[in-house]
Write a protein that binds this ligand. Structure first.
Ligand code: IVH
Length: 707
């Protein structure tokens, strides 16, 4: 970027004259279009969401001040980005979840067996499923009150979506009114998509008007639904299939298939290929039938979804972290393409992991241009004998990162050498080693840089993670700013972010002396930082960047411990080797040994504790309010022992957790209640000694059903 342009960028919008504003408007529009192109067409964004949003905000500010500059093709009129401020946020009454995947017949058989086991069904108890295409579009929640469509919201992050109500009203498959007999309040969910023919026609039109086209029908559907002007959406041929529901006071039907039938009666379009199946073999037959139809459907599908038909079974089965136990998506095989691997780049992540990335001659895989693909790790490179110059097969499945599947050795150049994986960190030069797991004695597949404290890649990646969307999500402080601040020594640790303003006030080196920072942007940055001084516990825990603690795990931990102080106390004990603390931790559904190990290691490390303590001087994590606080067992610790006859252990545990209880494997003074079936031994005895509340299975079931 030329120097003169940066100066202008620095200027508050209010200080721009008309010709400067025009030039700046053009520059920003071009830059945003470039990012849109990389994000939507190439699947390879080069800026963080925060940076992208900042560009859009500035463009918007310029248009607010100089309305003459608004043109119909301005990026402000064609929103096509990740959650933006353009649409009101909608908190979903019932989270919009994802589906677990099955890739083989065996996975399908396991799914059916798992459900039978969970529900304790005998071999001849009937168990039916629906099988229907998995539409490759975007899901939408439609809220009706007193028969009228009141809010339509996208999935967003599953908890919060964007309101696109006006736009949804323009879709012919979506009724704006429901018949009189529909419930007073109901949410219908389904998929918005675009047919191949409509997609091609739209792209032809777009090609003629401004030369920009969508990469695939899904992007076209998403871009069209997320338009600021619903007239634009109305001109785009969107379609909708109803297949699920959100909040609903009382279920009007007893099966999945009957619910979908009811939606059809109400005027929704439902998928004609849905059918009811009664065994794994039957599901697999339905899968092949749908697969055979795939090419002639006229719209994209990427698999077949199976759902338990009986809704009382669905209720009993419940959810595991973010997907229902009662449904699964049987995916079609991934799409593949052949290209040349030009280089292998080693990236260093936040945990020091050295990850090999294949730099490819760009190739289209299933409608998306791919130029990078993961090679996973050192062993994978060796196993596949991947060499620079090789012709390789890459594949892309759904939203996962493209990967190199195999090498076509017959095309290998004569001089291609085996790849030598570095044993030194390419960023800081420290040794990079493969740790040996103390328990299994096995070498870790990942080679890691040992320069934890000195390696800039790790420090910077940790900071970027800290400010990322599911973590602190500080507006105006994206990857680019973090890199610059780190380089200048302004921000070395998370706590430094929160002392920026105070230091800026006293300091010699002021933020405003930096290129690209004007008074307004600095003011906004400090305000954005301040607004994060209190933060949801789950975000706080995720932001710490503990290995294996992703956003879902962080949420589970936050919900189980409820407060930072409870979590901290448990982690201190855990890191000191306290067995009870470890027991309690791994008793939480969704938390296993790997996470426990990672947490113990993190909290045993003095410099991590110091960084957390420093951060807590600046930031307060908010207590997590339990999801089902009004149940009689919310917040209590329950131990199941002996044989349960009417419910499997898994189901009992899932039910207890769904009601906000913690389930532990051992009895201690912290146990609140024990449920003892026949054959209960030492745990029951201990509970009696401790004078704990003891329930038999029937009493437990009454309690569970009453809640
Ligand atoms: S059921 C509790 N049925 O797949 C989950 N989802 O991976 C309820 N999808 O976000 C979803 N076709 O966008 C369901 N026939 C179908 C679907 C479908 C596409 C999408 C949906 C969801 C994602 C989950």
């Amino acid at each position: 970027m030329a120097k003169g342009q940066e100066d202008k960028q620095d200027k508050p919008v209010d200080d721009l004259n008309e010709s400067e504003a025009k030039a700046e408007h053009e520059r920003l529009s071009a830059e945003i279009r470039g990012h849109d192109q990389r994000y939507y067409q190439e699947d390879a964004p080069t800026v963080s969401d925060a940076d992208y949003d900042a560009l859009r905000q500035r463009l918007q500010a310029i248009e607010d001040a100089f309305p003459d500059l608004i043109t119909s093709d301005s990026p402000t009129q064609t929103v096509g980005a990740a959650p933006s401020d353009a649409f009101a946020a909608v908190q979903h009454a019932v989270p919009m979840l994802s589906l677990d995947n099955a890739f083989s017949d065996e996975d399908v058989a396991d799914f059916v067996a798992r459900i039978r086991r969970f529900l304790r069904l005998s071999a001849d108890d009937p168990l039916e499923f629906t099988a229907e295409p998995k539409i490759d579009g975007l899901s939408l929640n439609l809220r009706y009150e007193n028969g009228a469509l009141v809010v339509a919201a996208t999935r967003g992050d599953g908890t919060t979506g964007e309101a696109v109500t006006q736009n949804a009203r323009t879709i012919a498959d979506i009724p704006t009114k429901l018949p009189k007999d529909a419930p007073e309040r109901i949410e219908v969910r389904g998929e918005v998509y675009m047919t191949h023919a409509d997609f091609r026609a739209l792209n032809e039109r777009m090609q003629e008007s401004d030369g920009r086209v969508f990469a695939n029908p899904r992007n076209a559907a998403a871009g069209s639904l997320r338009q600021l002007d619903s007239k634009v959406t109305a001109s785009r041929p969107l379609k909708f299939f109803a297949y699920a529901w959100g909040e609903i006071p009382e279920l009007p039907r007893e099966t999945q298939s009957a619910m979908v039938g009811l939606f059809e009666d109400w005027g929704f379009t439902t998928n004609p290929l849905m059918r009811v199946c009664s065994s794994a073999e039957d599901l697999i037959a339905a899968y092949h039938e749908i697969e055979e139809n795939r090419a002639s459907l006229g719209y994209d599908i990427d698999g077949v979804v199976y759902k338990v038909d009986r809704l009382d079974y669905q209720r009993r089965l419940g959810f595991v972290s973010r997907s229902p136990r009662w449904a699964i998506a049987h995916k079609f095989p991934a799409e593949q393409a052949t290209t040349v691997l030009n280089a292998i780049e080693i990236q260093v992540g936040r945990t020091g992991a050295l990850t090999p990335v294949a730099k490819l001659t760009p190739v289209t895989v299933g409608g998306v241009v791919v130029s990078n693909a993961t090679l996973h790790n050192e062993d994978e490179i060796k196993r596949k004998d991947v060499r620079v110059g090789d012709t390789v097969v890459v594949q892309r499945a759904g939203d996962v990162i493209p990967q190199v599947v195999k090498v076509l050795t017959e095309h290998r150049p004569k001089d291609a050498e085996p790849f030598v994986f570095p044993t030194e960190c390419p960023v800081c030069g420290s040794h990079a080693v493969r740790e040996v797991n103390p328990r299994t004695g096995k070498e870790d597949v990942v080679r890691r840089c040992t320069g934890g404290l000195v390696c800039p890649a790790q420090a910077v990646e940790r900071l970027k993670h800290f400010v990322s969307r599911a973590a602190f999500d500080i507006e105006g402080l994206g990857a680019k700013q973090i890199e610059a601040f780190y380089e200048d020594g302004l921000v070395k640790t998370p706590a430094d972010i929160f002392t920026l303003e105070a230091r800026d006030k006293q300091n010699l080196k002021k933020l405003k002396d930096r290129e690209g920072w004007g008074a307004t942007s600095i003011k906004n940055l400090f305000a954005a930082i301040d607004s994060r001084r209190t933060i949801a516990l789950r975000r706080f825990l995720f932001a710490l960047g503990v290995r294996h603690v992703g956003d879902i795990t962080a949420k589970i931990l936050a919900e189980s411990y409820g407060s930072w102080s409870a979590f901290e106390a448990a982690m201190t004990k855990l890191s000191e080797g306290d067995e009870q603390a470890r027991h309690d931790l791994v008793a939480i559904d969704g938390i296993g040994d790997t996470v426990a190990e990672a947490l113990a290691a993190f909290f045993a490390e003095p410099h991590n504790r110091q960084a957390v303590a420093d951060l807590l001087q600046e930031v307060t994590p908010e207590d997590e309010v339990g999801r089902t606080v009004d149940s009689p067992v919310a917040g209590k610790t329950i131990v199941f022992t002996g044989t349960l006859e009417k419910m499997t252990r898994d189901e009992a545990k899932a039910r207890a957790e769904a009601m906000g209880a913690k389930v532990s494997g051992s009895v201690s003074s912290k146990t609140d209640m024990i449920v003892a079936g026949p054959g209960a031994g030492s745990k029951l005895k201990k509970a009696q000694e401790l004078g704990l509340e003891i329930l038999d299975e029937d009493e437990w079931i009454a309690l569970a059903n009453g809640a």
